[in-house]
Design a protein. Sequence first.
Length: 225
Amino acid sequence: MARNNRRRQKAAEKEAVEQESFFEKHLRLIAGIAVVIVLVVVAIVLARIFINKRGAKAELALFPCEQYFQQGNYEKALEGDGQQCDGFVTVANQYSMTKAGNLAKLYAGVSYAQLGKYDEAKQYLEKFSPKKDEMISPAALGALGNTYVQLGEQEKGAETLVKAAKKADNTVLSPLFLVQAGEVYESLGNVDKALELYEQVKSNYRASVQGSEIDKYIERAKSSK
């Protein structure tokens, strides 16, 4: 009887350690956020050509802040340097009705996320007005979903990631967000939902980076049922 008790205790301890490791790995989604940030940066740079003349002044104010952002100096990018860069926060507030001001909100949200200030990141990412594009808006929505997860709003985060995947509808962002959402649902114990999302990746985005290794996600989810 004592031996059986010890065996059960060891099994319980092992399960607890594995569960803790799972949550640490899949709820933080740090790697996922890093990928989204890179995609956001690329998309924003490409989008600069769409800034209209009415936002020329806002565009000029945004440019020096972008340089700090690309250098990884998120504090100065956000708050300014007291010289040429006023900071994304100022640009977002002063030119909120322009395209550049809207992009400043996105930049600010991503910058705060990079600094681990997720409450502030959420505030600015929610203020960003999405457009009908294939990269910037879905990437922004994905960044917001990851931010929700960081703040402990897992269900909302997963739902937002699924929306981002649907909005993107491409082989770069969609499978990434579907896998991230699936991992969150797994951590919440909703394995069926996770499997549904993984199967979507396998069916629709097999040629993507995530699609090439999706079978291991599917097998892991099935084994936990």
